[in-house]
Design a protein around this ligand. Structure first.
Ligand code: AMP
Length: 292
């Protein structure tokens, strides 16, 4: 199948109709572009789980707050197309502008009530409403058998699992491990904003999470010292904390401690300079989860 670029909703409908006629199995990888190895790991896994992979590249305005970085979000359309193809995607959906997804008079939004509430949901009002809306639109347009997302955006992954289940969208939602730079920094399009010094200081997020994992392995189960281990690294690096929280890995409700056999997740958001970075790791639960 020759690589194709879809620009409009009508293009997607035509293309998916042909795909269904030919009996293909489709994987969808939604992104905001400026692709890195984290995105490409989703595309490659998509190829293992389906015979056709579509990547959407759309900087979704509804998930940005009024004082956030929508206008300066990094873009590299030509580079992204080349990376998608080299990772095995056959189709790219790249709406020419926001009006393709949100035409004049648009008024329908999707809200996931519970798992959207704390963490990034509390700090970025409206963010997950925008994410849930665009992902619902993409899943209903493409009707993929599989859709792949990164654990890097862990709360987002839980929001998407919820809407897929609640709205009977029927996709197999696959969460993929966070891809990191060799020094531990979680890959992110927003890392492009960091000066060399800010990037160095940003290592405190993954270092703090790893310190907490080590504490847990030594037997510390209470939230307070685990959270404190992350805070120490943030403070030492001069980063401003947005939050550090230990939560149940599925419901994202706060935990006072990690119970044996109960998967918990430690999540952090912090500013290096003016750039807001997030990271998270599994604590407890599966033997090998959350390793860097
Ligand atoms: P974005 O373009 O930032 O909206 O991300 C698109 C998809 O790639 C989301 O499902 C992200 O969770 C995922 N992603 C972003 N960074 C990483 C990473 N470092 N490792 C794995 N997946 C990632």
């Amino acid at each position: 199948m020759a690589p194709a670029v879809l620009k409009t909703v009508a293009d997607v409908k035509d293309w998916t109709a042909g795909l269904r006629r030919e009996g293909h199995r489709l994987a969808l990888v939604p992104t905001m572009g400026f692709l890195h190895e984290g995105h490409l790991s989703l595309i490659r896994e998509g190829r293992r789980r389906a015979d056709v992979v579509a990547v959407s590249i759309f900087v979704n305005p509804t998930q940005f707050g009024p004082r956030e970085d929508l206008s300066r979000y990094p873009r590299d359309y030509e580079g992204d197309v080349a990376k998608c193809i080299s990772a095995g995607a056959q189709v790219i959906f790249a709406p020419a502008g926001p009006e393709v997804m949100y035409p004049q008079g648009y008024q329908t939004y999707v809200e996931v009530t519970d798992v959207s509430q704390g963490l990034c949901g509390a700090r970025r009002p409206g963010h997950f409403r925008g994410v849930a809306t665009v992902v619902t639109k993409l899943l209903t347009l493409f009707r993929p058998e599989v859709a792949l997302f990164g654990e890097k955006d862990y709360q987002q992954l839980q929001v998407i699992r919820a809407l897929n289940q609640d709205l009977h969208l029927g996709a197999d939602i696959v969460g993929m491990p966070t891809v990191r730079e060799p020094d531990g920094l979680a890959m992110s399009s927003r890392n492009a904003y960091l000066s060399p010094e800010e990037r160095q200081r940003a290592l405190a997020l993954s270092r703090g999470l790893k310190a907490a994992q080590a504490l847990l392995r030594e037997g510390t189960r209470e939230s307070e010292p685990l959270v404190a281990a992350v805070r120490r690294e943030l403070e030492a690096a001069g980063l401003r904390e947005d939050y550090v929280e230990l939560v149940d890995a599925e419901r994202l409700t706060p935990l006072a401690s990690v119970a044996p056999g109960q998967p918990a997740r430690l999540l952090v958001a912090a500013f290096s300079g003016t750039t807001r970075l997030i990271d998270n790791m599994q604590l407890g639960g599966e033997e090998n989860a959350g390793r860097v």
